[in-house]
Design a protein around this ligand. Structure first.
Ligand SMILES: Cc1cc2nc3c(=O)[nH]c(=O)nc-3n(C[C@H](O)[C@H](O)[C@H](O)COP(=O)(O)O)c2cc1C
Length: 403
């Protein structure tokens, strides 16, 4: 039985072919609108000259100039392996996301395999601002991978936060917190050779002063933007362990470059609180966006509407509508079926709980088609399943303000 894969998959284990690893349609059909890094024309829009000879002060100024030029985006799609791929990013952008990260790409495999590059990194001209994230433990390999994507993105990001076993085995992500000289050399290598700025995404150390030292080291090494996930390497279960917003605030207070906050966003009220409490320049959301890609447009799932909350109204949108829009993006921008399967499970999780046999039907398909998935949505609707998304009734608030 085919299963949805929502955890970090191992790109190095991708050798065997599986139906779900096939692309959902022929990429040649959309070649004009879509780009992959194997077709790099390095003469296109590079942003500035490498920061090799810049002083710390000028680097900080440049970091802010770049951030301002991008329009100071506040609402980001977080990096998610197998889940923040181009069609999903485009869907989230349509519903209020103002920037997005690619899934983590494995720098070594990216340099070695054209197939990996073509399947795992696609983009298009509307897919900006874009952070392309790599995991790495070798500065030269990281630079080689980054050079392939720099014409297509606004930041090359280094994953310093993945806490999973696979990252321990591959020696990357949060396990590099045990080797800060290596981290420093990765950042320095990119900062002094790339035309686009370098960003990093980190987790916390158990001690606040270590986290701050770490963040300052990254800034000094040439990092132009830092995203802080407010949990430690050992705090893996985001659903059970609350992110530490105070620690994010402390990092923001100490750094001079833009800082993004990540952890525990369920709806737009959380976004506002996180921005206010930490002073961060923007936020990243992962888990919540998977269930509700319209989060940043102010929609929330029923879980976050209190029974007595009268200011929430049923929006005109639900997760099945969003799935249909997502599938249309997938038809335009092909991705492996495993990514699509994962989104179907996340988006329709509540719907399947009402009609579990529809999920069983989906799981029984070793090979998916768009026709099957559109029919699945129709079937749920015909069965009378309705799981609305809610929006705050801002017009009511406005009317009372005007009265
Ligand atoms: C399915 C999934 C895949 C993820 N993949 C990545 C990744 O590729 N790189 C990364 O830095 N973080 C990854 N993360 C972590 C998220 O970016 C984010 O830091 C974490 O989920 C906390 O944010 P949240 O509370 O909004 O979910 C992933 C999370 C999820 C749920």
């Amino acid at each position: 039985m085919a299963q949805s894969r929502t955890t970090h998959s191992d790109p190095t284990q991708n050798e065997t072919s599986h139906e779900d690893d096939q692309l959902c349609s022929n990429p040649q059909q959309n070649q004009e609108e879509q780009t992959s890094s194997s077709e790099v024309d390095v003469t296109t829009s590079l942003i500035g000259s490498p920061g090799k000879y810049l002083s710390g002060e000028s680097r900080v100024e440049r970091a802010w100039a770049h951030w301002n030029k991008l329009g100071r985006p506040k609402f980001m799609v977080a990096p998610m392996v197998d889940n923040s791929e181009l069609p999903f990013r485009m869907l989230c952008r349509k519903y209020g996301a103002t920037a997005a990260y690619t899934p983590m790409l494995h720098s070594r495999i990216f340099t070695e395999s054209e197939k990996y590059r073509n399947e795992e990194f696609t983009t298009c001209k509307e897919d900006r601002p874009l952070f392309v994230q790599f995991c790495a433990n070798d500065p030269d390999i990281l630079l080689e991978a980054a050079r392939r994507v720099e014409p297509y993105c606004d930041y090359v990001d280094i994953n310093l936060g993945c806490p999973q076993r696979i990252a321990r085995r591959g020696y990357y992500g949060a396990f590099l917190m045990d080797n800060l000289p290596l981290v420093k050399s990765l950042v320095e290598k990119l900062a002094s050779n790339l035309h686009v700025p370098v960003s990093c995404k980190i987790r916390l150390f158990p001690k606040l002063e270590d986290t701050i030292k770490y963040a300052k080291m990254l800034e000094d090494a040439g990092c132009s933007l830092l995203a802080v996930h407010g949990r430690t390497r050992d705090e893996k279960d985001g659903k059970k362990i609350r992110a530490n917003w105070n620690a994010i605030k402390a990092v923001k207070n100490e750094l001079r470059i833009p800082v993004l906050a990540n952890g525990n966003i369920r709806h737009m009220d959380d976004v506002q609180s996180l921005l206010e409490e930490t002073g961060a320049d923007g936020v990243l959301s992962a888990e919540t966006l998977l269930e509700n890609p319209a989060l940043f447009a102010g929609y929330r799932t029923a879980d976050w509407v209190a029974e007595n909350e009268e200011d929430n109204v049923v929006g005109k949108l639900d997760q099945a509508d969003l799935l249909v829009e997502y599938l249309k993006f997938c038809e335009k921008y092909p991705v492996p079926w495993r990514m699509i399967r994962s989104h179907v499970h996340k988006l329709l999780g509540d719907w399947f709980r009402i009609q579990p046999h529809v999920r069983e039907d989906l799981n029984a398909q070793s090979r998916l088609t768009f026709e099957f998935l559109y029919n699945l949505v129709n079937q749920l609707r015909e069965l009378g399943v309705k799981v609305p998304l809610y929006q705050k009734d801002t017009s009511a608030a406005q009317n009372s303000a005007e009265a």
